[in-house]
Design a protein around this ligand. Structure first.
Ligand SMILES: Nc1ncnc2c1ncn2[C@@H]1O[C@H](COP(=O)(O)OP(=O)(O)OP(=O)(O)O)[C@@H](O)[C@H]1O
Length: 276
């Protein structure tokens, strides 16, 4: 299978950093804080591949580095070290050697993000339709009629009543805000989507419908997804492969079914058993 993303040794250290940071943190030290310089090692030496059309889970407790990893890949944050190749339309983009304009271009047109907090992914001061239009405009779609049609179709597809497209998303329920975020993220036909705790905080029935929607859209579009969650139900529902993080390190990786049924690392065993 061809990769869409090849992540190699990605590392993010918050603070001054020192030669001991990587050696003195991690699961075996039971901390991600360097005892010498006080830096926080959010992610250390993360390497993995995401294949085309695959849904890969990133699981771990709060503070394990899941969001930090995805933030770097979506250019919300810069790595301290490491590289990542993004394979798209016959081109291999070396993500962190691109200039800022090139990074923004990729982010606006070829990647999508759905945040746990809708106010990060949506502009609450413009309508739901306007949020989708904004992203379409960034990808050079300038025809008003086409934009309106696409926004209507996307909202319908994500089960937001198109009659509400001119309303502000701040007036929507949490579930509907997530649907608008998903519609916006998908609007440019991006082949790569990041989902960061997208159902956390929603009612269980709403969570289930959003997960079903994401599955359906993934099957129809073939979009590759990185799904960050601490919720085993989300991992089970959406992903085929999963990586498990602790103190910034990937401590286990494999098929989701295997990880949930026969976890190897003691930490994963605890995570799985505490969710039963
Ligand atoms: N800007 C920052 N400055 C200092 N430390 C940070 C910063 N951002 C993240 N961290 C630290 O990096 C570590 C990893 O954080 P991260 O948000 O990636 O974890 P997470 O697994 O996504 O947790 P959660 O599920 O709670 O969001 C944490 O210890 C966090 O406090």
């Amino acid at each position: 299978m061809k990769p869409i993303l090849d992540v190699d040794n990605l590392t993010r250290i918050h603070g001054p950093g020192c030669p001991a940071c990587l050696d003195e943190t991690g699961p075996e030290h039971d901390t991600n804080i360097c005892c010498h310089c006080g830096s926080v090692v959010a992610v250390a030496g993360a390497s993995f591949r995401l294949h085309k059309g695959e849904v890969l889970g990133i699981m771990g407790e709060s503070g394990s580095g899941k969001s930090s990893l995805v933030k770097m890949l979506y250019f919300d944050d810069r790595p301290t070290a490491g590289r990542t190749s993004f394979y798209d339309e016959g081109t291999a983009h070396d993500l962190f050697t691109l200039n800022e304009a090139q990074q923004l271009r990729l982010r606006d047109t070829r990647m999508g993000m759905v945040y746990q907090n809708p106010s990060l992914g949506l502009n609450f001061d413009i309508s739901a339709g306007g949020n989708i239009a904004e992203r379409l405009l960034m990808s050079d779609e300038l025809n008003y009629r086409v934009i309106r049609e696409k926004a209507t179709a996307l909202l319908a597809r994500t089960e937001v009543p198109p009659a509400r497209m001119d309303e502000l998303p701040r007036n929507f329920s949490g579930g509907m805000q997530q649907r608008v975020q998903i519609a916006r993220a998908l609007s440019t036909g991006a082949p790569l989507l990041f989902l960061d705790e997208v159902t956390t905080g929603l009612d269980l029935s709403v969570q289930a419908r959003i997960l079903d929607l994401i599955m359906e859209l993934q099957e129809v579009t073939g979009v590759s997804m990185l799904v960050v969650t601490h919720d085993l139900g989300v991992v089970r529902h959406l992903t085929t492969r999963t990586i498990v993080m602790k103190y910034g390190r990937i401590i286990e990786a494999g098929l989701t079914d295997q990880i949930l049924e026969d976890p190897q690392a003691a930490y994963t065993q605890q995570l799985v058993s505490s969710a039963l």
